[in-house]
Design a protein around this ligand. Structure first.
Ligand code: GLN
Length: 473
């Protein structure tokens, strides 16, 4: 097996036995990127000299010692670009500091290597909203990798990366993981620091791992989780030993199957694979329980009020003065603001800013924003009630496998509806993971991977990973 296709845990063993060096891994990844990323487009940039120097100095005794990890290009790493897939930041902006997750990766011995493509400011589900390049699904180059962490998912799936970090506001780790056939974990809100993640919707955003195995997801989460004085929403609670619980199995656990997630609109082949995953858990000793999450149908509308509202506020910092792009020869200050934003942001980002500003404006705030907050509470309570009866919940990740590039890029509503199964976890703040559960034949080309989603209560990542491990093929 090539080094680039190995898991973190396999590489750790080879490194410990001195069969390979960390520089070997970086070099092999760099060769794979040079050979194949021109077609896939997972990376926006990478700094080989920097990574080789870090690899040469890596402390192999540390938990992730010598392991290169790719970062979604909205997570700051000192001295590296952080474009957010936007023209706004693609003009020479480099990060003046490390995000907490980046610093923690370094402290665990890992080597941040490579910046992965994303939908502009993480707004999208296909990586087609990147203003900078197209990323293709490694399983079928005519299809999307999913998004917004499409570059991270494609890099891991194509063996251009050992593992990567992404961000998930409404599904952006889980959905591309599902489409590319890798594991993607969205931690509970407050489990991982958001300091140094460029904010999209601050009450929903979480950083998490995209990996080749559930075991690797546990290792990576372990390294990045835990309290951070720089993010007041990051919780000061103990972080369990995730790897220790992984093999405990699911005997005696109760797994909820919510009827609202198996209805209309879901591709029958996807549904069959998700049901098979449920049966595997049952065969391993779990009890399947029919449950209801009655407010599910309102999740899309609620999310597409709250997320744009928060985005419109967060993105006001991009004014042409403080960061990145600045319009040439402005007539006056207002013209400078206006044209910098007009030229810097792409159409989806503008749409969200306009929507968000509208729902927050006086007269509409009560009708939209504050009502959405109330519905959000109802969605959270649905999960609280369900978790009185069950230890975890099993659902599809996305209603269909990866679609073709460009298939409905001029229909944002259709795109928003494809987030239907992933948004609620962010609204409720609970943890969720996508685990590959098979592939479906495509009418042309190779079979397309499908993921199953497992959800667990707030801060119950140990249970989540344990169930995911048992569901893993
Ligand atoms: N697809 C969703 C959106 O466009 C979620 C994106 C995300 O999780 N960053 O808002």
């Amino acid at each position: 097996m090539s080094l680039a296709s190995s898991s973190i845990s396999a590489l750790r063993k080879q490194l410990a036995a001195r069969e390979i060096t960390a520089v070997d891994i970086v070099d092999e990844l760099a060769a794979a990127i040079a050979a194949r990323d021109l077609r896939i487009g997972a990376y926006l940039s990478h700094d080989l000299a920097d990574a080789r120097a870090a690899a040469a100095a890596a402390d192999l005794g540390l938990p992730l010692g010598g392991i290169p990890i790719a970062l979604k290009d909205n997570i700051n790493a000192l001295g590296q670009p952080c474009t957010c897939g936007s023209r706004f930041l693609a003009t020479g902006y480099t990060a003046p500091y490390d995000a907490t997750v980046t610093a923690r990766l370094r402290a665990a011995g890992a080597i941040p290597f490579g910046r992965t493509n994303l939908d502009e400011f993480a707004m999208g589900s296909a990586t087609e909203n990147s203003a900078l390049q197209v990323t293709r699904n490694p399983h079928d180059l005519t299809r999307i990798p999913g998004g917004s962490s499409g570059g991270s998912a494609a890099a891991v799936a194509a063996d251009l990366s050992i593992a990567a970090l992404g961000s998930d506001t409404g599904g952006s780790i889980r959905q591309p993981a599902s489409h590319c056939g890798v594991v993607g974990l969205k931690p509970s809100y407050g489990r991982v620091s958001r300091y140094g993640l460029v904010a999209f919707a601050s009450s929903l955003d979480q950083i998490g791992p995209l990996t080749k195995s559930v075991e690797d997801a546990a290792l990576l989460l372990q390294a990045i989780a835990g309290a951070d004085p720089r993010d007041s929403t990051c919780l000061d609670v103990p972080v369990p030993d995730y790897s220790a619980e992984l093999e405990k199995g699911v005997a005696g656990l109760r797994i909820g199957i919510p009827k609202e997630y198996f209805g209309e609109g879901i591709d029958p082949a996807v549904r069959a694979l998700v049901e098979q995953a449920a049966q595997r858990l049952q065969a391993a000793g779990a009890e399947l329980v029919d449950i209801s999450l009655p407010h599910t149908e309102h999740a899309v509308a609620t999310y597409y009020i709250i997320a744009p509202a928060e985005a419109s506020s967060n993105l006001s910092r991009f004014d042409g003065i403080r960061y990145g792009k600045r319009a040439d020869a402005p007539a006056d200050l207002l013209d400078l603001y206006r044209r910098s934003r007009e030229e810097g942001f792409g159409p989806e980002v503008k749409r969200r800013i306009i929507l968000g500003t509208y729902v927050l404006s006086s007269g509409y705030y009560d009708a939209y924003y504050s009502r959405a907050q109330k519905v959000r509470t109802l969605i959270r309570r649905d999960f609280e009630n369900a978790f009185q009866q069950v230890d975890a919940i099993l659902t599809p990740v996305a209603p269909t496998p990866a679609r073709k590039i460009g298939e409905f890029s001029d229909d944002p509503l259709h795109e928003y509806l494809s987030d239907i199964f992933t948004l609620a976890a962010n609204l409720a703040g609970i943890c969720a993971i996508s685990v590959p559960c098979g592939s479906v034949p495509a009418e042309s080309g190779s079979p397309l991977p499908v993921g199953v989603q497992i959800l667990a209560p707030h801060l119950a990542e140990a249970t989540l990973l344990r169930v995911a491990r048992a569901a893993e093929l």
